[in-house]
Design a protein around this ligand. Structure first.
Ligand code: 0A1
Ligand code: ZN
Length: 876
């Protein structure tokens, strides 16, 4: 295996920059293969730095010329190597460099820096893409004021967009035109952007609370304007919400969003000019599902919220990534919770956290929310930084209370405005405003791994003495063998057997506003004189990102499922019960014995079907996923047994409650035309889960309904849900429907992506061949990240039984694709490779096959730093 000899960047080595940049004038003349960038950059010595030679970052740049204070420099005045330009005899005073670089955007397949997408030009500079545009101090603590002059041929590009406000525009000779954009807010280079091309626009406006009018624009591929309305609506709601919830007001005259079809991630918060993967902008009832609408709302909000948490206050260095990302995810989650059902949003977020972050935290890629070191920063845009980072903010709010949390946020937004900050500075704002000591809490940023809290209850029926013993532990993670105790806020309540909440005051231990803070390795809560053992409803609302080990009896689970006043724990009671059955069934299955499912589960579930919150009931009916079950099992996993167990429980449930499901399915039918609002989306989700369970539990009825729904649906949510049901069942009906769907949407790449994903996730042995066949489909392309993710990504990360096929063919296939994709787009290759992160939890035969495939990747010459880093850590 090759050794990863790339440079390790360490947090402890952080040094303030020796040079600062005051202003940047960037003149971009766009051409397909010869774009000329003239960057005029004013440098000055940093009083906190050491002076010395100026060393600029550069990546894949062709330098045409370099001038210092207007005087051309001879080539011996500087040295250029693979990653830097060093200026010899750097004057130790303020000076200006004029750097002319030539770029080939058409050849840029990495999609970092300036590249082409569907005939347009766009940029992506986070984390280190600006150095692919010009030589620069490409680090977030160097903040400058940017002016961008964009020049392009009119007939090629009618739209010329940059950061900030447009200050000038006009025609030039020979069919060219230009625009000048000025951004008065100092920013790091990663927030630079420009977009040039032929685009359609949907416009709007927003009046800020201080009465400033902001012009809004959503730019999309021409002809798709009718799909941009929801994004605009979500933007306006986000702007209003951020003023109300956090006091954050927008600070430029314009805010533009551009949707592009080639994008490595979800979206990017460039100042005043957000660039989005078009998947998270474009929506119409016929092409987007309710889930797509919800994602659009959340991501529009996320990028907009970065304007304060990320842009006005940015990160000192990339170790502080969670400073902007964790906080901004928390903010977008709160926004969605306020716009929709808070309970359902929380359940959905915890599902994601557990399936993505808990898996990461228990595997070879585990790392702290604020890492200590990295080799490739692109590999740290992870569920740990984002989702666990958001949980840390939520715990901070729980520990401080809403008022002190808001005071701390206000202080942070005022004190750190205009700076590149650290986690320490963020925490200090809360310490200073609340007077609380958060030293121990800050450990959450440094210690990787998911704490396990085991809870043991003892009740003495004679004396009425009730003791709850809490003990926490965290397993070792890479580089951190020994773990310390964390500060864990546990929201707790007690119910009687009828489900009524009891008001209990502990004799020993402290419960503040229903929160018990476990901040030592173990602690007790003791209660006296109780008549019966109460039902313990612990970790309400998922108050901390931990695994709770609590041996709740089946009876108590049923009480909670029926009555808990915390909706999260009602859902958790159902999940917990199902998980217990699924784990047991997986083992039974693996041993070749017949699976059996306790009918009390189905019985209990049938009683919640009549509730009012349809989206919530749909969540109760949705069983833990195959990867959730595998994670719970922990080791020696047989993915086929897990799949069969899950199928088995769905079948038993669908069969047992088939009649009420049929009734529900019929009652929830509506004649109203589609609207993406949360209520009607909730009803659709319930109706579609009912359909899915019916199709497996009572196939003759369910499949007939699915075929009918597929044919008659007037919106993508219902149509695709029906297709997804049909796809799970072998036979002619599914092939006919799949073909019909492909024909109907052959010219709609985002819809075809759903079709690719659906087929890639069918848990059957034939799926791998199907995926290989689909790679030859005219709608597929190895060059487009969305296509790759929807077909290959869905197979690798969303189909555990087939990716982990017993013959290793899934591993061989995915590893080939990783090697191939790495040559053009390392970021996407590294993401796909992430699917191997659970390999050590598998049974020995599969483990050996996965290891062989990983070693084959590691043995390749010329791996990108992205893939080399992931493969090395995965194998370590
Ligand atoms: N800051 C963005 C995420 C992002 C990171 C890197 C990118 O490079 C391809 C793109 C986007 C966010 O949090 O939305
Ligand atoms: Zn973000």
């Amino acid at each position: 295996m090759r050794l990863d000899t790339s440079r390790v960047i360490r947090l402890v080595d952080y040094k303030a920059p020796d040079w600062l940049i005051e202003t940047v004038h960037l003149d971009a003349t766009l051409d397909d293969t010869r774009t000329r960038i003239v960057a005029t950059i004013q440098f000055k010595p940093n009083p906190k730095g050491m002076g010395g030679a100026l060393v600029l970052d550069g990546d894949d740049l062709v330098l045409e010329s370099l001038a210092l204070d207007g005087v051309q420099l001879p080539t011996f005045a500087y040295t250029i190597d693979r990653h830097t330009l060093t200026l010899h005899d750097t004057p130790q005073r303020a000076f200006t460099l004029t750097i002319v670089t030539l770029l080939d955007p058409a050849a840029n397949s990495q999609l970092m820096g300036l590249y082409r997408s569907s005939g347009n030009y766009c940029t992506q500079c986070e984390a280190e893409g600006f150095r692919r545009i010009t030589f620069f101090l490409d680090r977030p603590d160097v903040m400058a004021v940017y002016t961008t002059r964009i020049v392009a041929k009119k007939e090629e590009a009618s739209v010329l967009l940059g950061n900030g406000n447009r200050v000038e525009a006009g025609d030039l000779p020979n069919g060219w035109h230009y625009a000048v954009w000025h951004d008065p807010h100092p920013k790091p280079s990663y927030l630079f952007a420009l977009v040039v091309g032929k685009l359609g626009k949907v416009g709007g406006s927003f009046m800020t609370r201080s009465g400033r009018n902001v012009e809004l624009g959503i730019y999309v591929e021409s002809g798709k304007e009718n799909r941009a309305g929801y994004a605009l609506d979500a933007l306006i709601r986000s702007m209003k919400w951020d003023e109300e919830a956090f006091g954050c007001e927008y600070d430029l005259d314009v805010f533009n969003i551009v949707a592009v079809s080639d994008f490595n991630m979800g979206a990017m918060e460039n100042k005043g000019l957000n660039i989005f993967n078009d998947k998270y902008v474009l929506a119409s009832p016929e092409t987007a599902t309710d889930a797509d609408y919800a994602n659009i709302e959340a991501i529009i909000a996320h990028e907009y919220f970065h304007n304060w948490t990320g842009n006005r206050i940015t990160c000192r260095d990339w170790f502080q990534l969670c400073l902007k990302e964790g906080l901004t995810v928390f903010r977008d989650q709160e926004f969605s919770a306020d716009q929709r059902s808070r309970a359902v949003k929380r359940i959905a977020d915890v599902r994601t956290l557990r399936s993505q972050q808990f898996t990461e935290d228990s595997g070879p890629l585990a790392h702290p929310v604020r890492p200590f070191e990295y080799r490739e920063i692109n590999n740290f845009y992870t569920p740990t930084v984002y989702e666990k980072g958001a949980e840390l903010i939520r715990m901070l709010k729980t520990l401080l209370g809403a008022d002190d949390f808001r005071k701390g946020m206000d202080e942070y937004l005022a004190r750190c405005d205009g700076t590149a900050a650290t986690i320490e500075e963020f925490i200090a704002c809360f310490v200073d405003t609340s007077g609380r000591d958060l030293t121990h809490f800050a450990r959450w940023y440094e210690q990787a791994g998911t704490p396990l809290v085991s809870v043991t209850e003892t009740f003495d029926s004679e004396s009425g003495h009730y003791r709850i013993h809490f003990a926490q532990s965290t397993k070792p993670t890479p580089g951190q063998p020994d773990k310390q105790a964390m500060v864990i806020p546990l929201a707790i309540a007690f119910l009687n057997k009828q489900g009524l909440e009891l008001k209990l005051t502990p004799k020993t231990g402290q419960l503040d506003d229903h929160v018990f803070v476990l901040d030592t390795e173990s602690a007790d809560l003791v209660f006296e004189h109780l008549d019966e053992k109460p039902v313990l409803s612990a970790l309400r609302g998922f108050s901390a990102p931990i695994v709770l080990e609590l041996d709740t009896s089946d009876d108590d689970r049923l009480v909670m499922l029926a009555h808990d006043t915390d909706p999260f724990n009602r859902w958790q009671a159902a999940q917990g019960f199902a998980m217990k059955l699924l784990k047991a069934a997986s083992i039974t299955r693996r041993e070749g014995r017949e699976m059996h499912f306790d009918p009390r589960f189905a019985e209990a579930v049938s009683h919640v079907l009549n509730g009012k919150d349809h989206a919530f009931i749909a969540q109760i009916l949705a069983l833990p996923s195959e990867s959730d079950i595998a994670r719970e099992i922990g080791d020696n996993v047989d993915p086929d047994a897990v799949r069969d167990a899950r199928l088995g429980l769905r079948r038993a449930l669908g069969h047992h409650i088939g009649q009420p499901l049929q009734l529900l399915y019929a009652t929830l039918e509506t004649k109203e035309s589609y609207r993406p609002d949360p209520q009607s989306a909730g009803s659709r989700s319930l109706r579609n889960v009912a359909l899915d369970l019916l199709a497996i539990g009572m196939p003759e009825i369910g499949l007939r309904l699915a075929e009918q729904q597929y044919r008659t649906a007037d919106n993508m949510t219902d149509r695709f849900a029906a297709l997804a049901v049909l796809a799970q069942h072998r036979g002619e009906a599914r092939e006919i429907a799949l073909e019909h769907f492909a024909n109907t949407f052959e010219n709609d790449p985002l819809v075809l992506d759903k079709w690719f994903s659906l087929q890639a996730s069918i848990p059957e042995l034939e799926t791998l061949d199907r995926v290989k066949r689909l790679m030859a489909h005219p709608g597929f392309s190895m060059k487009n990240p969305n296509r790759l993710r929807s077909l290959i990504g869905a197979f690798a990360a969303g189909n555990p039984s087939q990716f982990n096929r017993a013959d290793g063919a899934g591993y061989d296939f995915v590893s080939e694709i990783v090697i191939d994709t790495d040559r053009s787009n390392p970021q996407v290759a590294a993401r796909i490779l992430g699917a191997f992160k659970t390999w050590r939890t598998l049974e020995p035969d599969r483990r050996a096959l996965a290891e062989t495939a990983l070693r084959r990747i590691a043995d390749q010459d010329q791996l990108s730093p992205d893939v080399l880093d992931i493969v090395t850590r995965t194998l370590a």
